[in-house]
Design a protein. Structure first.
Length: 266
């Protein structure tokens, strides 16, 4: 148990280092908050006409999708940041320190998770300004935000593995976005899947992003609309299915990432 606490303490030091970088390079924090706000404004006013017949307007459908899209991009951000650290030789520097081998990757994921708190708060305020009004209680809203943070944290472990696999930060970033963009746009994040061809509906409604979006909409009091898989387990139980996806991601990528980091450190 002492080894666990030592590893966690070392990870907190790495997390502190990562957060201190935001004060030295504030453009990173500014970009990470401005980009999601731009998505909110763009979709709210350019595609607002899609909300005909939706109670409360398109913004009620949109905001959960934007929230999930933003935390999904944590995968790409973590992958690119870790690949840049690899290129700078930081692994060799941390290897010379008396810290746990898993501390570096754990601290990296914790730092990206804490950054998501700031981003989600800014997005929530922006959404409220443009008309988003969740109809559920405060506890449901809080639980929804905690789920979003946990989803982003789970995906960050996939980003760690991708960042350790790549040798060039730009290549890692491009590959990561090639993976995350189809997940977000072939989903129910911005429109109902009922208008998609049936094969895409099956993919979209079993897509972890779609399940997460459905869970957040349910928590925020918005009625989900499903197509050909309306009676599937993800459509009827999006909240537990989202946790299943999150635990699967962590169960797969946490040991892979730690093992890959240890091998890269040799």
């Amino acid at each position: 148990m002492s080894t666990f606490f030592r590893s966690f303490s070392d990870a907190l030091v790495i997390t502190k280092r990562q957060l201190q970088q935001l004060t030295r390079v504030p453009e990173v924090l500014i970009f990470n908050t401005i980009q999601p706000v731009m998505f909110v404004l763009l979709f709210r006013y350019v595609f607002g006409g899609l909300g005909a017949g939706i109670p409360g307007g398109y913004v009620q459908l949109l905001m959960p999708g934007i929230f999930v899209q933003t935390v999904t991009f944590t995968l790409a951000a973590t992958a690119q940041g870790l690949a840049e650290d690899m290129q700078k030789g930081l692994i060799d520097r941390f290897r010379s320190l008396p810290i746990a081998r898993s501390a570096f990757v754990l601290g990296r994921t914790l730092g990206d998770g804490l950054l998501n708190i700031v981003v989600l708060v800014v997005m929530g305020i922006t959404g409220f300004i443009v008309g988003w009004r969740p109809t559920s209680g405060a506890l449901h809203i809080l639980f929804g935000f905690l789920m979003l943070l946990f989803f982003g944290y789970a995906l960050s472990w996939a980003g760690v593995f991708a960042g350790l696999m790549g040798r060039d930060a730009r290549v890692v970033a491009n590959i990561s976005f090639l993976f995350t963009f189809p997940l977000t746009f072939l989903s129910n994040a911005f429109a109902s899947t009922t208008t998609m061809p049936k094969p895409l509906q099956y993919f979209a409604e079993w897509n972890p992003v779609s399940t997460m979006v459905a869970a957040i909409r349910q928590l925020y009091g918005f009625h989900n609309k499903f197509g050909v898989t309306a009676h599937s387990f993800p459509s009827e139980h999006p909240i537990p299915m989202s946790f299943i996806y999150m635990f699967l991601l962590m169960a797969i990528f946490m040991p892979l990432s730690v093992r890959k980091y240890k091998n890269a450190s040799k």
